[in-house]
Design a protein around this ligand. Structure first.
Ligand code: CAA
Length: 258
């Protein structure tokens, strides 16, 4: 794994843990940090020993947004030429499960990063929000799109226009996070969940994720067709034979991801 400046990574028991690591600026997301997250995601996505990725920040902040100092003087042409969101766009292409463990501030780009995760665990004290409006801008890494899909346009507009933080409880009510847990348990609970997934058939995890993502953006009819092809595809895997054999032999299956 490359030598990272803005994140820390470790792999244990099939789970890759990525920690955002710019504590002095509440994990503000610099361009370099997104490049490193992308690099870690892509490396772990290819690594056979890794089954699940967990992404977290620290107790005070998951991330307080994109790095304002870095972009304050930018103009539109600079952003276009930089292709500002190219690394962000790749965060959505990861095939393995990505679980987010959020504590503290989760604002702006930090919230958008959390929304790149498939499953989200959050501390009861976590705060979510899009304060970009107070900076005279707006979300640029999918915030308006994802909030609208999760909450519907009216509720999303209220949060995006006001720019005030929502509590973890409110975020859970709107289907933004899966579970709210005690602050000291956020990473532990995310890891516990990750360990369960790490024992599931990797190809099933992968094709279920693909099917759910497809269903979120397509008609019921098209999504059913897509699901069916993936269902058939799994019957070409060794793990389907192993899973069904283990059931009839009344033992735990040993999945290989093939
Ligand atoms: N970018 C750069 N630096 C940041 C930052 C950010 N997004 N958020 C916090 N920091 C820095 C502060 O400047 C401060 O640095 P110094 O100690 O050198 O002054 C340090 O982190 C600690 O921050 P505060 O002293 O402000 O801490 P606080 O506890 O009083 O307040 C906060 C916390 C309410 C989160 C406040 O820091 C804040 O409002 N941060 C900005 C939040 C924001 O506007 N995020 C959206 C960014 S734009 C974006 O994300 C665009 C996009 O869609 C891609």
């Amino acid at each position: 794994m490359a030598d990272f400046q803005s994140i820390k990574t470790k792999v244990e028991d099939g789970i890759a843990l990525i920690e955002l690591n710019r504590p002095n600026v509440l994990n503000a997301i610099s361009r370099g940090m997104v490049t490193e997250i992308r690099s870690a995601f892509e490396t772990f996505d290819k690594e056979d020993a890794v089954k699940v990725i967990v992404l977290t920040g620290n107790e005070k902040a998951f991330a307080a947004g994109a790095d304002i100092d870095e972009m304050a003087e930018d103009d539109a042409v600079t952003l276009e030429l930089l292709n500002q969101f190219k690394d962000w766009d790749q965060l959505h292409t990861i095939k393995k499960p990505v679980i987010g463990a959020v504590s503290g501030y989760c604002f702006g780009g930090g919230f958008e990063l959390a929304l790149c995760c498939d499953i989200l665990f959050a501390s009861e004290k976590a705060q979510f929000g899009f304060p970009e409006i107070k900076l005279g801008v707006m979300p640029g890494a999918g915030g308006t799109v994802k909030l609208t899909k999760l909450m519907g346009p009216k509720i999303a507009l209220e949060w995006l226009w006001l720019g005030e933080p929502m509590t973890a409880k409110e975020a859970q009510k709107h289907g933004i996070i899966n579970r709210t847990v005690a602050p000291e348990l956020v990473v532990e609970e995310a890891m516990k969940f990750a360990r369960i997934l790490a024992c599931r058939a990797p190809l099933s995890l992968r094709l279920i994720k693909e099917s759910v993502q497809y269903a979120a953006g397509h008609s019921v009819h098209d999504s059913m067709q897509f699901e069916r092809k993936n269902f058939y595809l799994l019957f070409s895997s060794e793990d389907q034979k192993e899973g069904m054999k283990a059931f009839t032999e009344k033992r735990h299956p040993q999945f290989k991801g093939k």
